[in-house]
Write a protein that binds this ligand. Sequence first.
Ligand code: SF4
Length: 337
Amino acid sequence: MSDPVRPLIEVENLKTWFPIRTGVFSRVTGHVKAVDGVSFHLGRKETLGLVGESGCGKTTVGRSILKLVNPTEGSVRFDGQDVLASEGEALRKLRKRMQIIFQDPYGSLNPRMTVGSILSEGPRIHRMGSETEIRQKTEHLMERCGLDAVNHINRYPHEFSGGQRQRIGIARALSVEPEFIVCDEAVSALDVSIQAQIINLLLDLQDELDLSYLFIAHDLAVVEHISDRVAVMYLGTIVEEASSEDLYRDPRHPYTKALLSAVPETSPGLRKERIRLEGDVPSPIDPPPGCTFHTRCPSAGPRCSIETPSGFSVGEAHRSHCWLEDAGGVTGEALQS
Ligand code: SF4
């Protein structure tokens, strides 16, 4: 029985490290620390935006939650159930409730199956009704996702545009009536006008079906409109988390500020200074000690390369993992100790 007060998703200290094997005996000589201690909660009917540059581990977080890759450590609970400990039938039932939409719908849709077969595959596997009922539901779902059930149901994925294929991807995820969807860069490959249409479709579906989303993107501008809360990731960890409004109005972490400075200003006449980060993102095989952002941070001080900052509370449900927030953000003192 679901507990309506408990968060739908609870992720605690999630680590997903991939072994590096070398030599003729394939000995493990190191690890790619793709996700290195991520914690967050997601409520029902809520959207958490997960943002960061490519390679920061955000996609691995999404896949780890669904157990599409095997995390190394930590826990993931869905509606109170331990996802990572689930196997076989229990995992299959959980996966029906947790779906994913990929960036490249074309790559994830079987090119030899018609849209009708793609959308009815999940309901058939999960025995969600008779053939007639599944067919009726498929047609309804297609129309709901902006596809033409009469003309599109017998067509193949290559006959559709990128935006239409993403609508098929959304319909496929919805076909098994999930409660939670990982949207993994779901609009990143689309033109801006099509992005807006798909985001509006996701928002309408969320309202109608009480869905929760983990919305993964590399661009803060994209997640603003859809997210209730936003978590910013850098090199396998979350560096700042806040309500969408607080994060855009009052970003605290230097990395968030740099990402936001790259978002084009939409109000005419307003210009903001672009913060350009020096250097490349360090390797997740050997992340820098202390604050992992210190090699590129314009505000770094001596403490930053030695001690790892914990999450400092800077407002209601707003946390920043930066020493600048220690002692109430007294910049100089905080960085010297
Ligand atoms: Fe920059 Fe130091 Fe804050 Fe890290 S802890 S973000 S290096 S000021």
